[in-house]
Design a protein around this ligand. Structure first.
Ligand code: LFR
Length: 503
């Protein structure tokens, strides 16, 4: 049949977008219907403590506007809508289905000291054996445990992760899509269902976790009231997709071999491999690798690298100090900076919270006995080289732990526009980097919808990836394998190792 039209809603930590896709007969074209900033909101609570929240109503409103724009762009009616976002965050509903409070941002400080207390109750070995998830304070399990005894949690009857919350507001259906549910650290990675034992450990009311749904299935139709109020087509179907943005991004990795690694590069950089089984060994747990569930029964075996957050948050700090830097200009200047002046471990937990990032980076350099980057361009160079080193280290460890080899590293997401980062990554890893697509997440979201709408030529991930390869602009970066470059990267890697073992 003819091509299908689908709308992908993709909400990232720094911006959201709605894309219209036209898919079928070897074609995949996308048009941006809407793009909007996602600015977290800081409030001060009754005890004078600063809290960080998501503006979920604002995001929902802009999503509706974007969907109306997408429906008008298409010409032909939309077949469906699919929603993805960042992971781990949630809204709580009461018995009437009303939202209880404003969802927290995973960078809110309330989880800072919770992990040790949780691990006193349930050993790390047990949690990892059930979930396969890396230990991070942002995990839903840790967030919920930080709310024990709060009225909000006592009155809650349903927990919905962010994409599922928007899906509920559109359709009235309450489900937990599997790829995102797996990131909570409350999910049984083998059985692909919630773990009652970890729900206990989270100390949540019984029945809080909704029924699980795999990606690519109908969720429901948009409520009539919602559709007519916002100018959406009556009965517009919403389907589940890989609602964890990283799950959708990995669907759209244009791999042409099984021997590939990936970096999904946005606010976070998710670095790892696609596997068909989780790796739940002690070594994997000690290296804090995660086994998130993917589309079509796959496993995302990866680690979170702190990512372009270091640069985004530095730019925000400069901006509020009255210095607005243009990113293109900054990257051009950074490419002319002296290489390897200072390199650090981007995964140091000191970088997780919002705040004065340039000061924290300066501190880390000082502590490691390295020069403090004196200019924004020098700081940018330091961040990008540090990320490239972290990608190389993480990829190598993933290959060792999973007993796999890779010949190529795919860099997808907004970060693949950053040519300097792509080249540094190829050099640090010593293998070619294929950069693109930029909108991998939205494309992966669209591909799963197109298959659900009956595009049987997209039978599996290889077919979906072949369509990305033949339709999307990609750029290949060859590594500089000269002896001088190779030894300079090795020396920089040693410096990072020395600094992290000293701290
Ligand atoms: C990327 C991402 C990561 C997740 C982090 C927090 O956008 O979804 O995969 O670990 O955000 O949710």
């Amino acid at each position: 049949g003819g091509a299908v039209h689908c709308a992908a809603v993709d909400l990232g930590a720094s911006s959201g977008r709605v894309l219209l896709g036209r898919i079928g007969g070897g074609e995949l074209s996308v048009t941006e219907a809407a793009r909007f900033p996602n600015d977290p909101v800081r409030t001060v609570d009754g005890s004078g403590v600063s809290r960080l929240h998501w503006d979920v109503l604002g995001l929902y409103q802009r999503t509706l506007g974007g969907l109306a724009a997408a429906a008008q762009l298409g010409g032909t009616p939309l077949s469906s809508v699919g929603i993805d976002s960042w992971a781990v965050d949630y809204g709580l509903l009461d018995a009437e289905g009303a939202l209880l409070g404003t969802p927290f941002h995973y960078r809110d400080a309330r989880t800072e000291d919770i992990l040790p207390e949780l691990l006193d109750d349930v050993p790390a070995e047990r949690i990892y054996d059930i979930t396969g998830i890396q230990f991070m304070p942002i995990n839903t399990l840790v967030q919920l445990r930080s709310r024990t005894g709060r009225a909000q949690l006592d009155h809650a009857r349903t927990l919905l992760l962010i994409p599922d919350l928007l899906g509920y507001w559109l359709t009235g259906e309450r489900v937990a899509e599997v790829t995102n549910a797996s990131t909570t650290q409350l999910f049984d990675v083998r059985a692909r269902r919630w773990s009652p034992e970890l729900a206990d450990a989270a100390r949540i009311p019984p029945g809080l976790l909704p029924p699980v749904r795999e990606p690519g299935l109908p969720l429901g139709a948009v409520h009539d009231e919602v559709a007519s109020h916002h100018g959406l087509p009556a009965g517009l179907p919403v389907v589940t997709v890989g609602s964890h943005d990283t799950a959708s991004a990995v669907v759209a990795v244009p791999a042409t071999t099984e021997r590939f690694g990936y970096v999904s590069c946005g606010t976070w950089s998710l670095v790892g491999l696609e596997l068909d089984h989780p790796v739940l060994t002690d070594d994997s747990r000690r290296a804090n690798f995660t086994n998130e569930l993917g589309v079509d029964g796959t496993v995302r075996y990866l680690r979170n690298v702190m990512g372009l957050w270091l640069l985004q948050e530095s730019m925000r700090a400069w901006r509020i100090a009255g210095q607005d830097h243009d990113i293109e200009r900054l990257l051009a200047d950074a490419s002319r900076e002296q290489p390897f002046r200072s390199v650090l471990d981007p995964d140091d937990p000191v970088f997780l919270a919002p705040g004065d990032m340039p000061a924290r980076i300066a501190d880390a350099c000082r502590r490691a006995g390295q020069p403090v980057p004196e200019t924004p361009a020098a700081l940018t160079r330091c961040v990008l080289e540090s990320l490239a080193l972290a990608y190389a280290r993480t990829l190598r460890t993933a290959c060792e732990l999973a007993d796999r080899q890779v010949d190529v590293l795919h860099l997808v997401g907004g970060g693949c526009r950053n040519e300097l980062l792509c080249q540094l990554t190829a050099d640090a890893c010593g293998i070619p980097v294929v950069a693109g697509p930029v909108e991998a997440t939205a494309l992966g979201n669209l591909l799963v919808q197109a298959r659900a709408a009956g595009r049987s030529e997209l039978a599996g991930l290889p077919e979906m990836r072949a369509l990305i390869t033949s339709t999307q602009p990609l750029r290949r970066y060859e590594p500089d394998r000269s002896a001088a470059t190779t030894s300079a990267w090795a020396e920089a890697a040693r410096r990072v190792r020395a600094a992290s073992s000293a701290s």
